[in-house]
Design a protein around this ligand. Sequence first.
Ligand SMILES: [Mg+2]
Length: 128
Amino acid sequence: MSVDPTLRELQAEVRAFADARDWGQFHSPRNLAMALSVEASELLELFLWSKDEGPQPPEAGRVPRVAEEAADVLMCLLNLADRAGVDLAAALRDKLARAGAKYPVERVRGRARKYDEYAEWSEDDGTA
Ligand SMILES: [Mg+2]
């Protein structure tokens, strides 16, 4: 087992885990997409009622559970990508390239608006 595993190695581990239990029969892309959403919500719940300032998650005892739920999210995502035939690394790089074009560093650095909320990008002002 690699110390710094690749996505494909992790996917193989997740697949072997499921195959050993004959769980593949339940792992349709649809079910895995739902499971991913459920696990993301479980992660989100740990931060529920946090204040903007102060500890996040609000209870120190939840910190180990953040790692656990993050792992659940990753496991579902790796499994979903595997079953749906998605090359996650390629998809991520493609997404970053498109996001980079939408959000050029010189225009958005330190700003958190959505790309179409920057007035200077309006198609009407000729700078878009
Ligand atoms: Mg969970």
